[in-house]
Design a protein around this ligand. Structure first.
Ligand code: XMP
Length: 515
């Protein structure tokens, strides 16, 4: 296995991701926990020293144990990792005075070729685009090292000691903006003797072992929403610790048509998960009665969610752990390359504050994964494909798709319209092309004519967006035929709606949800 020593870069997880894509097993460990005895037990076959926001000149600057360089295994140092290598092995690092470099840069090769650069410098006039992010820089390489690539501001952009198989680069090969970066990792792991035979199946086994170790004989409680993340987490944890897990499905009365029955049915019957179906719709809808301000709605729902969850947790006699489907993108506040402070943890939208309040520790088995990897793990766990591919659905549910006051009547109309719309999208084979699609019911009635009669019913808006991560989004370019057909179906099949509009706002400046 490969050891990544983390010096606090915001993009360390991306290194792990690149390695998982190569089917190589790796673990990330923070530098301060890696000592001689750790290395003795871990026995890495190769080591990567990550980037980080520190300066090797700072007091108590993060360093790996010196023995890491005596293991006799290939080592790759990235950015701060390069500086650490030079600092530890007899080179020199200088403070960046006007030589700081952030963003895109181009590296050109020196005369000698380097094994881990196979596939580099083949096109585009012998240069490769890379992503730089450093204040300090290496001013003298360590004995045994040579230079294999330079950039205008980084004369030692690529350096290596080919005898010891130590490689040190100033840029970040793991980020998207270093287009050929994956190749560098591929060459590195191949050289270190990895076969690339690690799989998501293996991840599942390892995750299960870790959960068992963390939880012991403790009790775990999990808020299961039916979303992909909480579902995969719950099924995985259940596989690990069986009935030490209890799931609570909080039905706030703001779910889509048939959703509660489907979710509860699937997890109880198919997966045999111990699941409490907490039907609290009266409570939620009662407290939301007459409320139209979006933030107030969100706060009411968030607060009640915690209350309700706590009530059911007490009913089962308490729990030692709270399971959450937190993903890696939830963990990093923002992926910045500016060398700012490292990882800041963002609280979960829906159960924020719960662990402290109830004195529980967190179990977060998906913390290292990206969304598509969670889907792959869900597939591995046997969750149905239709379920794994589901569009995201927000914690506050239909409340934020019903601008203005929420009434049961409006929610019922919204559910029906949404079901017809999604059916249309599925029938036209568009579901998987779209990141998220839904109907919002508008707080306005308009006049229409149906048959010989006048109607005075609600207007609704269809929303469909493409996105990679929900942070930015574009409206989906449906054909006019599709839109026309869908509007006709909704108006014919859903009493209470007589006008359909299509929302063509991108994000920014709009948001995906209406509230
Ligand atoms: P916006 O509307 O901010 O949404 O563009 C971006 C993505 O986040 C989802 N969303 C939420 N998810 N709790 C959630 O679990 C929330 O409070 C919440 N608000 C928005 C939204 O559906 C979209 O995918």
């Amino acid at each position: 296995r490969l050891l990544i020593i983390d010096f606090g870069s915001q993009v360390t997880q991306l290194i792990a991701r690149r390695l998982r894509e190569l089917n190589v097993y790796c673990e990330i460990h923070p530098f301060n926990l890696v000592d001689d005895s750790f290395l003795d037990t871990f026995k890495p076959k190769a080591v990567i020293l990550s980037g980080g926001p520190s300066s090797v000149f700072a007091q108590g600057a993060p360093m790996p144990p010196a023995t890491v360089f005596e293991l006799g295994v290939p080592i790759l140092g990235i950015c701060y990792g390069q500086q650490v290598m030079m600092h530890c092995l007899g080179g020199k690092v200088e403070r960046g005075h006007g030589t700081a470099e952030f963003g895109r840069a181009y590296v050109t090769p020196t005369a000698r070729r380097l094994d881990i650069l196979q596939g580099w410098f083949e096109t585009d006039q012998d240069r490769e685009q890379v992503w730089m992010s450093h204040g300090d820089h290496v001013s003298q390489i360590a004995p045994g090292f040579d230079v294999f690539g330079t950039s205008p501001n980084a004369p030692f952009a690529i350096t290596a000691d080919t005898t010891r198989h130590f490689y040190a680069v100033q840029f970040h090969p793991e980020v998207h903006h270093t287009p050929n970066g994956a190749k560098l990792y591929e060459n590195f792991v191949r050289l270190a003797g990895f076969k690339g035979d690690w799989t998501m199946g293996a991840y599942r086994e390892e995750a299960i072992a870790k959960i068992r170790e963390q939880v012991g004989s403790g009790r775990v409680i999990c808020a299961l929403s039916g979303g992909v993340d909480s579902s995969v987490a719950a099924v995985l944890i259940h596989e690990a610790i069986g009935d030490q897990l209890t799931c609570v499905y909080v039905d706030h009365g703001l779910m889509r048509k048939d959703e509660s029955a489907q979710v509860v049915g699937m997890f109880r019957e198919h997966y045999n998960l111990p699941l409490i179906h907490a039907d609290e719709s009266d409570l939620f809808l009662g407290k939301l009665n007459g409320v139209s301000d979006p933030e107030t709605k969100r706060k009411i729902i968030g607060g009640l969610f915690i209350e309700v969850f706590e009530k059911y947790a007490k009913e089962i006699g308490g729990a030692d752990f709270l399971a959450q489907g937190t993903l890696y993108p939830d963990v990093i506040e923002s992926v910045s390359f500016s060398g700012g402070p490292s990882v800041t943890i963002k609280s979960h939208h829906n159960v924020g504050g719960l662990p402290e309040r109830m004195n529980m520790q967190l179990v977060e088995p998906l913390r290292e994964l990206f969304k598509d990897e969670v889907r792959a793990l869900g597939h591995e766990l046997g969750l149905p494909a239709s379920f794994i591919g589901r569009h995201p659905f927000p914690g506050p549910g239909l409340a934020i798709r019903c601008p203005g006051e929420i009434t049961r009547e409006k929610l019922d109309i919204l559910r029906e319209a949404d079901a017809v719309y999604i059916d249309q999208i599925r029938k036209h084979g568009l579901y998987d092309e779209i990141w998220q699609a839904f109907v919002a019911i508008l707080p306005v009635r308009t006049v229409g004519v149906m048959g010989d009669g006048r109607t005075y019913d609600f207007a609704c808006a269809l929303r469909a967006v493409t996105s990679v991560d929900g942070m930015t989004a574009d409206y989906y370019p449906f054909s006019h035929d599709f839109l026309g057909e869908t509007a006709t179906r909704i108006i014919n099949e859903v009493p209470g709606i007589n006008r359909v509009t299509y929302d063509i706002t991108s994000k920014p400046p709009g948001t995906i949800e209406w509230e």
